[in-house]
Design a protein. Structure first.
Length: 307
């Protein structure tokens, strides 16, 4: 895919260039440079040539919303009723089976003397087809939590904008005054909306940060935005940290990617120094590793350039 050869900021530039060309506007030096690179990439694509440099971005396909199993269980006493959440149906059934075994009515109503080893059979025999035994009952439902995550073009460099890029974004900040329909005033910078307004009901100044429309350049690989909130000189929230991916996060990205995306991610991680490739066995190791961590007996020391 041609888009994978360009970071999101360049793709945004190409979209703006297309609009400017449509209106007959004069292109900037940067627009002409990105347009020339896009032209070369298209020519290479038509010729069937693979790019010689690592991909600049990877397409992460849409993911469904997370799902959990909610278990409501009551022994017939109001104070004993409770809700619990489980990552799988089997985990919820295992909890019910543990309760069933501790309360097993061995020999009653055709129930065997000893509970079966299988969790689901134990639950079915104990609670019966109606899911209830002498007031001891449960409900188990699967529910979706969180929004469905759309397909995203993820920048593999994950570099926060440089000083010039930050200054440009700050200069282009927009103030949205309160509208007649009651939309509250907000400052928009690189897609981040900060609402600051007087709340008559709460009798307080309220500040709310909305990140739904954040510029892709600011979104880290774990879908979070580096954010630091201050009141005066006091930092009340700090989620900034380093914008680059950690080893665990890189591992999660690779697990979510198909074979083609994995190759692009690995090459970008090697180029960025997040990984180093053992010269002996060619195994990819995290940057912090002092020697090869590949399988087998190879323990080649890390190249000096990797540290």
């Amino acid at each position: 895919m041609i888009a994978e050869q360009f970071p999101p900021i360049d793709i945004e530039c190409l979209i703006k260039t297309a609009v400017d060309l449509w209106h007959g506007a004069e292109l900037s030096t940067r627009q002409r440079d990105v347009l020339a690179r896009a032209d070369a990439a298209m020519e290479a694509d038509h010729a069937g040539q693979r790019p010689t440099s690592p991909a600049a971005s990877a397409v992460l396909e849409s993911q469904p919303a997370d799902r959990v199993w909610i278990l409501w269980h009551s022994t017939g006493v109001v104070t004993d009723a409770g809700l619990s959440a489980h990552r799988s149906e089997d985990a919820a059934v295992a909890q019910l089976a543990q309760h069933a075994r501790t309360s097993w009515p061995g020999g009653d109503d055709g129930v065997p003397e000893q509970p079966p080893a299988d969790d689901r059979q134990a639950v079915d025999l104990y609670f019966g087809p109606e899911g209830e035994r002498d007031g001891d009952t449960y409900l188990l439902r699967e529910v979706a939590i969180g929004p469905r995550r759309p397909t995203r073009l993820l920048p593999l460099g994950l570099r926060f904008p440089d000083p010039a890029g930050c200054a440009q974004a700050n200069r282009e900040a927009i103030f949205h005054p309160m509208t007649e329909d009651g939309t509250l005033p907000a400052l928009e910078t690189a897609g981040v909306l900060v609402f600051a307004y007087l709340d008559a009901a709460e009798k307080a100044v309220r500040v709310s940060v909305h990140l739904d429309t954040t510029d892709e350049r600011l979104i880290r690989a774990d879908a979070t935005v580096p954010l630091r909130v201050m009141v005066g000189d006091a930092v009340i929230f700090d989620g900034s940290g380093h914008a680059g991916p950690t080893w665990n996060l890189l591992d999660e990205l690779l697990q979510a990617a198909d074979h083609r995306q994995s190759l692009a991610i690995e090459e970008a991680a090697l180029a960025a120094g997040i990984l180093w490739r053992c010269p002996a066995c060619r195994w990819d190791n995290p940057r912090a590793a002092a020697c090869c961590q590949g399988p087998g007996l190879c323990r080649t020391p890390a190249p000096a350039a990797a540290h």
